[in-house]
Design a protein around this ligand. Structure first.
Ligand SMILES: Cc1cc2nc3c(=O)[nH]c(=O)nc-3n(C[C@H](O)[C@H](O)[C@H](O)COP(=O)(O)O)c2cc1C
Length: 180
């Protein structure tokens, strides 16, 4: 196999898109997060890699709690939207219907099929180098379809192939109008 050394920024494996929600200055805020993964089995833990400058981060640090809501495809524009505009400059609190579990500061999105209330914990691993099979490159980038990647769901322990392309990230949300 002919291998090409690529940017250490390349991690083409699909990531589950979620919305992370927190309470900032008494107002709920949401952000799109792609960098999320299961980090521990027992106790069950999620790693979310969130830039410290984000508005959402302030609420997480202050209350040490956050909500993780897993969206359906139908919500792609709203999810992308909360990943483009910051709560520093826009009010994103009314975009989704909410509910809460026992964690007072972990807002959860009522219209999304799966939601998890989380207490703050930690993570990390630096990618130093990366390579890709030349046969799996499209437009100089690793191509998820050519690599024939597959995903795992738990607790049903099933593998899934990738579904069809849905929408452009940092794009689908540009035409989205938040509810008045
Ligand atoms: C597809 C997509 C994935 C994103 N993933 C992350 C992520 O994993 N971590 C992160 O810090 N920001 C991520 N962002 C960026 C934030 O969602 C975005 O900067 C957002 O406006 C922050 O909102 P806030 O300032 O109101 O918290 C993502 C954005 C998009 C569109």
């Amino acid at each position: 196999m002919q291998r090409r050394k690529i940017s250490n920024q390349s991690f083409p494996y699909p990531m589950p898109m979620v919305v992370v929600s927190s309470v900032v200055d008494d107002r709920v805020n949401h952000m799109a997060v792609g960098w999320v993964t299961r980090a521990n089995g027992s106790p069950p833990m999620l790693t979310v890699t969130i830039n410290k400058g984000h508005h959402t981060t302030r609420g997480i640090v202050e209350h040490r709690a956050f909500g993780v809501s897993v969206p359906p495809i139908e919500a792609v524009a709203a999810v992308d939207y909360v990943g483009i505009d910051s709560g520093d400059s826009v009010d994103k609190s009314g975009i989704f219907d909410l509910f809460y579990g026992s964690l007072e500061h972990a807002p959860l999105i009522a219209t999304f099929p799966l939601c998890m209330a989380c207490r703050l914990n930690l993570f990390v691993g630096e990618i130093v180098e990366a390579w890709v099979d030349e046969a799996c490159v499209t437009n100089d980038k690793p191509d998820p379809e050519k690599m024939r990647l597959f995903c795992l769901t738990m607790p049903d322990n099933r593998y899934w192939s990738l579904g069809p392309y849905v929408a452009k990230a940092w794009g689908a949300g540009k035409g989205f109008t938040p509810p008045a």
